[in-house]
Write a protein that binds this ligand. Structure first.
Ligand code: TXA
Ligand code: MG
Length: 372
């Protein structure tokens, strides 16, 4: 299948501004809407990561998402809506806490889990009797949902197991030839997925930390618990049990104070063997303290951002992981950040990217044979 790629770059991303009605924009959205109405799937930008959308009320269309991504069938999809009025057609109950969250954080990077109506196919909910709903803030995403005339089920538009796409180029790398249309809306501003919040019980529970922080939620809801995959086989959010977000190279987490991090990175770079490639993913502040001759031993250096703007830095994690993949590094040294605010989501994804391999000895990773 040939994948058509159309660009719509807009001013006012992450606002409620209407789309500028250019002819090209209108035509692209009309085409995309037609494809979705016919049961096809379309990749599109959201403020968090790129999504791969299908009509959420059409089970066969949603099935295509699983097939294209290679996604396990028990991992449910998020249903994206463009107006608050749409929730009543999707969920059985709408508690006051949901109303508070929607008013405060929608459109935006928050997904709410509630009991589902029968109209939502089992394939979308992964067999659960709940559904995850979110109203994205990206104007292209909102306009696309309107053009399709139905809510859109959409996971991140990456191959299952790969880091989520924050640039259209990332979607292209994973899905070119597998989907009919990719709408390029430029870089995703948040860069990490939405927060998944379970509101089915008395106490709200974060199932996946993301773009809306626990602190932001607690400010309007009071107590908010955290239950993002503790290693058991039945996490409440099925997606959390898979080794997600993983690049090709082995990820080694670098923690400690800044001087300790500098020392650890330097040590590993100095031990690098010939023929092995190391990528370094760190903050500007840390890189600035590294001796130049040691820093230059890194084959790839990706500066996430600065300590002073961790939200921006956290949003560049996936781009950094994919950048290291592109340069075919054997090992990625990744700097940890504090788990406050957006740091909770950043560290959750970074740990998943590291997976079990993080337990291994970095020296072994560097010296083992390539076919390992
Ligand atoms: O920011 C985002 O949320 C992006 C954009 C495209 O909106 N989407 C996204 O979708 O990250 P996906 O499929 O990659 O992740 C959805 C997560 C998974 O961890 C899944 O298990 C969880 O949401 N989820 C979906 N429905 C659920 C449900 N009914 N109960 C619990 N968790 C659910
Ligand atoms: Mg995903």
């Amino acid at each position: 299948m040939e994948t058509k790629r159309v660009s719509i770059h807009l001013e006012g991303i992450n606002t409620r501004d209407a789309l500028p009605p250019t002819e090209k924009t209108a035509e692209c959205l009309k085409d995309a809407g037609e494809l979705l109405k016919k049961g096809e799937i379309v990749a599109f930008p959201t403020e968090t990561v790129y999504g791969l959308g299908a009509n959420a009320l059409n089970g066969a269309a949603c099935q295509k998402i699983y097939a294209v991504k290679g996604r396990p069938a028990d991992n449910p999809l998020i249903v994206h809506i463009a107006s608050l009025a749409e929730v009543t057609g999707i969920v059985r109950v709408w508690p006051q806490k949901a109303e508070i969250c929607a008013r405060q954080f929608w459109p935006g990077p928050l997904t709410i889990v509630l009991p589902k109506k029968d109209i939502i196919p089992d394939i979308v909910s992964g067999g659960l009797d709940t559904v995850a709903v979110r109203m994205p803030s990206h104007p292209v995403a909102l306009a696309l949902i309107q053009a399709a005339g139905c809510p859109l089920a959409a996971p991140s538009a990456n191959l299952s197991g790969k880091p989520s796409p924050t640039l259209a180029e990332h979607v292209w790398q994973d899905l070119n030839g597998k989907i009919p249309l990719l709408i390029d809306g430029g870089p995703c501003t948040v860069g990490l997925e939405s927060t998944v919040l379970d509101l089915t019980g008395e106490i709200p529970v974060i199932l996946r930390p993301g773009g809306i922080t626990r602190e932001q939620l607690e400010a309007v809801l009071g107590r908010v618990d955290l239950d993002c995959h503790s290693g058991n086989d039945q996490p409440k959010s099925p997606g959390m049990k898979y080794r997600h977000y993983a690049p090709e190279g082995d990820v080694v987490l670098i923690h400690g104070s800044i001087p300790e991090k500098v020392e650890k990175i330097s040590h590993l770079l100095c031990k690098k063997e010939d023929g092995k490639k190391i990528g370094l993913l760190c903050l500007k502040n840390t890189a600035a303290l590294m001796p130049m001759d040691i820093l230059s031993r890194a084959d790839t250096l990706f500066i996430l951002g600065s300590e002073e703007d961790l939200t921006l830095a956290a949003g560049r994690l996936y781009e950094g992981l994919r950048y290291c993949d592109k340069h075919k590094v054997d090992m990625i040294l990744a700097e940890e950040i504090s788990e406050e605010g957006i740091g909770l989501a950043f560290m959750n994804r970074l740990r998943k990217a590291a997976g079990k391999k993080n337990m291994s000895d970095p020296a072994k990773i560097l010296s083992r044979p390539d076919q390992d």
